[in-house]
Structure formats: C-alpha cells, structure tokens
Write a protein that binds this ligand. Structure first.
Ligand SMILES: [Zn+2]
Length: 377
C-alpha cells in the first residue's frame, strides 16, 4: 500500500490523497460534531451533528482540492506541466514540472489558489448569511459559516510572504520583478520562509509549555514543515545560481556506457553493474537512445521477474528524461530533472548521445565551485 490513494483524475490531473487526510477528516468531524455544532446550534439530535460533521470535513477537503486545482490549471495555462495533486496532512501540493517564464506568470499561478479560497469562503459565508436572514437556524447554517471562516483563514495563511507558501511565491515574483534576478529572489523568499517557520515554532512551543494550550502543537508542526521546505528551496536556488556560469559539458560524464533494450534486468544487475561503476545507463535500441535505466529503477523489479523483464520495459522513456545541450548552463538543467530518470539528464550534441549528468556530477561541480569562489553571498 502506498502513502496515498487515487481519487481519479480531474481535467487530466491525477488527484492523490495521502492516508493522513483520513485522520484529519476524522479529527475535524469529531471536533465539529462534539464541540462546534452543538454550541452554535443546540438541541439537535446527536446523529445530525455527526452527519453534518463528516460532510463538513469532506467539504473542507474539497475546498483544499479546489485551491490546488486552481494552481494546477493556471500553471498549465502558463506553460508548466502538472504531474499530479496530492492532498495530505497540512493541505495540498501540486507537483509542477518546468519553470515559470516571467514574474507575471508566477503571480498568476501562486495567487489564484488563495483567491479561490477567498471566493469560496465568501460564498459559504454569503449563503450562511442569506439563510440566517431568511430565518433558517440549525446545523446547516453553522456548517456553512464554519466552511466560510476556514476558507478565509486558508486564504490569509497562504499569502503570508514565506516560501513555500503561496505568499512566498508571490514575494519571489515581486522581488524577481524588482531585481531582475529570479534566483536571488528565490533565496530571499526561502529565508523569509525559514524566519516565519521559526517564529511559528517558538511561539507555539511557548504557548504549549507556558499556557498548556495544546492546540498550538499543530502550529509547531506546520512551522517545522515550513522551515524544512524553505531550507531545501533555498539550497536549490543557491545551487542553481552557482551553476549559472558552468556549461553542461564541464560537469557531464562523457560517452556513457549504454545498455541494449533487449537485455534482461537480471543480466543488467548481474553482468553490467559489476563491470561498470555507474548508477545510470542510457538504453539503446537499433543504434538509437530510447531511454534511461537506473540501478534504482531496475532493482525495484521483483527478483522472480528479473529474468524475463527487459531493460526496454523498465527504462524511463526518452520523452521523460531531461535532455541537454553541451553548451547550455548547468543551472538551466535543474528544473527539468525528472523523478522518472532519478534526476539524471542525457546530453546530446548534433543528435548524438554525448554524455550523462547525475546528481553526483552536480554536487561535485558545486564542491569545486565552493573551493574556488567561496560561499554564496
Ligand atoms: Zn496554494
């Protein structure tokens, strides 16, 4: 069983739900049914609170999905590829491939999520208010009002200018427009994410320890998540800015050892690997490069099937492998690296395979750079 299950596709985008979301639905439904709703609309049957609690919790997850879907659809319209959307413990994540081309596109992609949450929140509140004005009382009105409030909180929290929140992306876009330097803007927005994350963690720890307000454990968790995500984004941006002046040719491993598509996974693991100390091999059929196989990918094939599974079957197809030219800056390669090929790229010169770039090549290049240039400032 994986970490998430699929809800199917919307507009061709795979929607995954992490199992932790079920926990959130259960906790929310319990909190609403046992606390929020009986307080807002007393003297209703318990079953009504429970049904309303579950439905409201599901509607909340639906609101998160609408927020993410808005990001994904606008991203696609702005030339990015959308891999999938996963809902998890702390909200949703859209996995986007590629890089936005302008600060304006970044603002549209990042801004539309909170905008959708704000509109949803307003709409829920409006309906709750109209029903209330029409004399309707009860759990339905309380549920709509709660959904209105939570969506507005979601919109406000997400525009806090701290990476990796949407507000961090907006900050990056604004700094990018002002400075003209996208990577420096990314480093600053990541720093603001770290600072905000630490403020949240310290504040939450104080409130939990001094005031014994255990609701804040949740915020400490969010803060911790922000710190780690912002840190890795900042590192990625620094890495990219350092690799701007280095051509791919300089970091690639030239003339990589290739393997035939017709070989079996067993042959690959038992014969090729011991002879060549590489972790990734271009796969060749009829003299053409058709894909890339990594040790990681091959070793995921169950042992019993390795004798009849060919490398052609398990290779990441060429269409999903990042391709590079020898003279382009290595920095341009980073956003194109794909999980399918375990972040390897193939380098082609005049249509011929000229080299391969692995994450190890990139980190070696960075080590050399840091020795000659000193740390990034
Ligand atoms: Zn968002």
């Amino acid at each position: 069983m994986g970490q998430s299950f699929s809800l199917g596709r919307i507009a061709g985008i795979r929607i995954g739900v992490n199992w932790s979301v079920l926990l959130i639905v259960a906790l929310l439904a319990y909190g609403l049914a046992a606390g929020e709703f009986p307080a807002a609309a007393p003297r209703h049957p318990e079953a009504e609170y429970i049904v309303a609690g579950v439905l409201t919790a599901i509607a909340y997850i639906g609101s998160l999905l609408a927020h993410e879907l808005a990001h994904s659809l606008v991203a696609r319209r702005n030339g990015l590829e959308v891999e999938d959307i996963t809902l998890w413990l702390l909200g949703g994540v859209s996995r986007l491939q590629g890089e936005v081309r302008s600060p304006g596109a970044e603002i549209r992609v990042a801004g539309v999520g909170p905008l959708v949450s704000l509109i949803l929140g307003g709409a829920f509140w409006l309906v709750a208010w109209l029903l209330h004005a029409a004399g309707v009382r009860g759990v339905l009105v309380a549920a709509l009002a709660w959904l209105g409030g939570i969506n507005i909180i979601l919109a406000v929290f997400n525009v806090i200018p701290a990476a990796p929140l949407d507000g961090g992306r907006l900050l990056r876009a604004v700094l990018w427009r002002i400075t003209g330097d996208k990577l420096k803007a990314a480093v600053w927005s990541a720093r603001s994410g770290q600072v905000f994350g630490w403020i949240l963690v310290v504040l939450a720890a104080y409130l939990v320890l001094a005031r014994r307000d255990y609701n804040w454990i949740w915020f400490a968790l969010i803060g911790w998540f922000l710190i780690s995500a912002a840190t890795s984004e900042g590192q990625q941006a620094m890495l990219q800015s350092q690799l701007r002046t280095v051509p791919v040719r300089q970091i690639m491993t030239p003339d990589p050892v290739t393997v035939p598509a017709t070989s079996t996974v067993a042959q690959f693991l038992d014969e090729y690997l011991p002879r060549h100390r590489h972790s990734a091999f271009p796969v060749v059929a009829d003299g053409q490069t058709v894909g890339l196989v990594t040790v990681h990918r091959a070793s995921q094939v169950p042992a019993a099937e390795r004798g009849r599974t060919t490398l052609g079957d398990v290779a990441c197809p060429l269409s999903e492998v990042a391709r590079a030219a020898p003279d382009e800056p290595a920095a341009d390669l980073l956003p194109r690296l794909h999980a399918c090929s375990d972040n390897r790229a193939l380098v082609f010169a005049d249509g011929h395979l000229a080299g391969i770039v692995s994450p190890a090549d990139l980190s070696h290049a960075l080590e050399r750079l840091s020795r000659t240039r000193g740390p990034f400032g």
